[in-house]
Ligand binder design. Structure first.
Ligand SMILES: [Zn+2]
Length: 66
């Protein structure tokens, strides 16, 4: 059991005046999701964020070089 299943505030590019006032300009409430990869999904536009601060590194592949 991990506690990553918790809504969090992340930056997003979508427009939402209420959340601008509520969480800060450009900051949006995100719900956790596991697909297409572990991360968070914006509650406003549905954009997937895989770089949430609270996300545990389940599959570390940061060393990939192009
Ligand atoms: Zn968004």
């Amino acid at each position: 059991m991990t506690d990553i299943l918790q809504a969090t505030i992340l930056r997003c590019t979508c427009i939402h005046l209420f959340q601008d006032k509520q969480y800060g300009k450009g900051m949006r409430l995100h719900n956790p999701c596991l697909k297409p990869q572990p991360g968070y999904r914006c509650t406003v536009c549905g954009a997937h964020q895989s770089h949430g601060q609270s996300v545990a590194p389940l599959t570390p592949k940061e060393t990939k070089k192009g």
